[in-house]
Design a protein around this ligand. Sequence first.
Ligand SMILES: *[C@@H]1O[C@H](CO)[C@@H](O)[C@H](O)[C@H]1NC(C)=O
Ligand SMILES: *[C@@H]1O[C@H](CO)[C@@H](O)[C@H](O)[C@H]1NC(C)=O
Ligand SMILES: *[C@@H]1O[C@H](CO)[C@@H](O)[C@H](O)[C@H]1NC(C)=O
Ligand SMILES: *[C@@H]1O[C@H](CO)[C@@H](O)[C@H](O)[C@H]1NC(C)=O
Ligand SMILES: *[C@@H]1O[C@H](CO)[C@@H](O)[C@H](O)[C@H]1NC(C)=O
Ligand SMILES: *[C@@H]1O[C@H](CO)[C@@H](O)[C@H](O)[C@H]1NC(C)=O
Ligand SMILES: *[C@@H]1O[C@H](CO)[C@@H](O)[C@H](O)[C@H]1NC(C)=O
Ligand SMILES: *[C@@H]1O[C@H](CO)[C@@H](O)[C@H](O)[C@H]1NC(C)=O
Length: 530
Amino acid sequence: MQEKMKIRHAVALLLLLQFCLNAVPSVASTSCPSLCQCFSATTVICSDPLMKAMPVDIPVQTTALIVLASGVRKITIQKCLGNLTKLVFLSNPVQNVSHDAFKGLTSLEELEISGSHLLALEAETFNKLDKLTKLLLNNNKITLLAPSIFDSLEKLETLQLRGNVLTSLHRDLFHKLYNLQELNLSSNKLSTICTSKLRKLKKLDLGLNQITYLSLNTFSGNPQLQILSLQGNQITRITPGIFSQLNNLEELNLRDNKITALNAGLFPSNLKKLTLRGNSLIQLSSAAFTGLHNLTHLDLSQNLLSSLPAELFQNLSSLEHLDLSENALQELASTVFRGLLQISVIDLQKNNLTSLEADLFTDQGRMSRLSLARNRLENLPYGIFELLDFECLLRLGGNPWRCDCDLTYFHEWLYYNSNTVEDLSQVYCTNPPPFRGVSLTTMNKEQLVCVNRSISETQCTINLATDSDRQCSLQEANGVIVVTCKLMKCTDLKLDVYFHQADGRTFDYTLSQPWSESVRCLNGTVILTV
Ligand SMILES: *[C@@H]1O[C@H](CO)[C@@H](O)[C@H](O)[C@H]1NC(C)=O
Ligand SMILES: *[C@@H]1O[C@H](CO)[C@@H](O)[C@H](O)[C@H]1NC(C)=O
Ligand SMILES: *[C@@H]1O[C@H](CO)[C@@H](O)[C@H](O)[C@H]1NC(C)=O
Ligand SMILES: *[C@@H]1O[C@H](CO)[C@@H](O)[C@H](O)[C@H]1NC(C)=O
Ligand SMILES: *[C@@H]1O[C@H](CO)[C@@H](O)[C@H](O)[C@H]1NC(C)=O
Ligand SMILES: *[C@@H]1O[C@H](CO)[C@@H](O)[C@H](O)[C@H]1NC(C)=O
Ligand SMILES: *[C@@H]1O[C@H](CO)[C@@H](O)[C@H](O)[C@H]1NC(C)=O
Ligand SMILES: *[C@@H]1O[C@H](CO)[C@@H](O)[C@H](O)[C@H]1NC(C)=O
């Protein structure tokens, strides 16, 4: 234990020394308090566990005083430190702050007491600190704050109280903080909040509290809000209209709540980042994100979505990053990503997709990342990746690839593009059984055959588009199906062939000139080999 403390202390000191690399230890070190270090003539750092009380001989010209991992339990500051602008206490066993501790510090701009055991502060603690712009009281054990404790801090711009045990805040607590821009109350036990007087507030973090409901006017007094975090609460429903005044809001974090549905038009139109990860969304209305022309990041991961309206992302013309991973998506409309011309990342991993449409990614020429990993894909349609940027990195592993004749497109694509697949070693066959576990890249094209597609299991229908009463016949030889039709001539012939297999799978071929390798037409006889 003792050893550990020493090591930690040494590491901390090392960090500080690096931090102050350019500072030369003061020559007048005789004036440096014992157990402290003085860098330059104005910066004093005390970081010794043996120091049990605050020194009383801190040089009067000191502008920055930092007490780190010391043994100090009670904060008192000697008089005459009128030039002190920065005072920081980090990781000290501080329990009490003398009510007049900061009384003479008329120049103080930044005060931090974090990582201590503070339970309470007296109402007059911050009186007269009228130059203070930054007050950080993170990771203490504060349970209650007197309603008037911040009343003199009219210049305050940043207030952080994260990691305490606040259960409620008096409604007048912040009412004099006219200049507050950043308020961080994350990791407390708050269930309600009143910030109605904070007209300049830009950043508000209420994450990791116990909020279940927010009333309509909660943020109506904070028109400048740019970043709002409500993550890790227990919100089940977003009150319609609650964000409608927030015309400057750019980032909204609603991660890890219990939201089940979203009304249309909930989100303000300038939003750039919206995080809904880890909620209970089952379905979305097609108008859920209407009008969010500036949205660049949308995170819908870890919800319960099994389908998406085809128009859901319509008009999100700035979208760059779309995370749909860890849902239960079973299929995607071929047009769902249409118009997302700026998109560079789409994450669809850990869904329940069994097939994809060939034209799903037609507008996604500039992608840099696409994950289809850990779905239930057995194959990919011909041409699905043709328009993707060749530098796009893909993840495709963890799908039950069926290595038969239908996989030839993907197999060939993989041959030329294997360097863009990040999880190549995870791309292996699940079926047919002889190839289970075989890496797709080690398969030969000739091995990708449909072995059991014999006539006995296959029903074939042929439509002759040009000449419907022609007779065709089927023959099987060595697992190869030959369709023969007697024709007057081979030109202008169009064949539609449907195979229905015993296992329910169907294959659909449309054949016309120019003939592919599998079709020969000679002397009025067309032969199709499958
Ligand atoms: C405090 O700062 C002022 C202005 O920089 C300077 O004139 C004065 O000498 C400083 N006081 C002390 C005690 O160093
Ligand atoms: C510090 O505060 C606690 C509780 O607020 C009190 O019990 C204790 O006596 C105080 N200690 C000092 C040194 O003032
Ligand atoms: C609030 O503090 C937490 C914990 O350090 C941090 O992760 C978060 O980004 C802060 N919030 C804002 C809005 O800066
Ligand atoms: C989106 O961003 C542009 C430029 O950053 C801005 O002019 C516009 O007002 C923003 N809002 C909407 C709704 O387009
Ligand atoms: C997208 O924009 C068009 C044209 O402004 C509009 O008609 C359509 O309703 C919008 N769709 C959605 C889902 O917002
Ligand atoms: C995946 O889809 C199948 C039906 O195709 C369904 O039975 C199964 O529950 C789905 N799995 C998940 C995790 O939603
Ligand atoms: C193919 O058919 C044979 C019998 O005709 C059967 O024994 C074999 O299991 C089948 N293989 C597959 C992959 O279905
Ligand atoms: C096509 O028919 C002509 C005349 O009946 C015959 O001479 C020719 O050998 C046939 N070609 C083939 C490839 O069967």
